[in-house]
Ligand binder design. Sequence first.
Ligand SMILES: C[S@@+](CC[C@H](N)C(=O)[O-])C[C@H]1O[C@@H](n2cnc3c(N)ncnc32)[C@H](O)[C@@H]1O
Length: 201
Amino acid sequence: MEKVNQADFWQQRYEQDSIGWDMGQVSPPLKAYIDQLPEAAKGQAILVPGAGNAYEVGYLYEQGFTNVTLVDFAPAPIEAFAGRYPDFPAAHLICADFFEISPEQYQFDWVLEQTFFCAINPACRDEYVQQMAKLLKPKGKLIGLLFDKDFGRNEPPFGGSSDEYRQRFAPYFDIEIMASSYNSHPARQGSELFIKMRVKE
Ligand SMILES: C[S@@+](CC[C@H](N)C(=O)[O-])C[C@H]1O[C@@H](n2cnc3c(N)ncnc32)[C@H](O)[C@@H]1O
């Protein structure tokens, strides 16, 4: 279980092309969310943590979002992303542990969650919630997808339920939406919750 907290575990998965979670495209519910945002949102500071091959970051960039930051502690997908988007600002490609990102240095208007929460050791979930709250500006939002499923395994993805997530997030976030996703990728139909929550003031 501890190995999932180590960059090497994930780096090897990328090197061996053992990346069953990778959809090879922007997640449909997140694309739909991005597509309805107003023009004024394009300058907002956005974080995509545990971004992997970062199709969401690529999509945001292609749509003209100018302040998107990718964090992952495995170098392989970041290098691949930089190869696909050579003009993407290098300072916004951060190869680091999410839990060690400094809130004094980085503050975001919103964060996009996509199969990162399910990848960390479940024992670190409260730490994730607290770190997320710290990295968001006042009224900042956490948007994304969480699994609504118990995978019953001792390796990622680690699932969960709406009840568990509400309990964990409610002390730090006002939960505006936590509902079954109606437009998930076919492989994830019926197993995802779309979330939109705002950090408490
Ligand atoms: C299951 S993959 C998901 C990747 C991507 N979000 C996607 O949907 O394709 C989890 C990613 O989180 C990264 N990761 C796991 N723990 C991390 C941590 N503590 N800090 C930064 N990245 C982490 C892994 O390297 C991996 O790329």
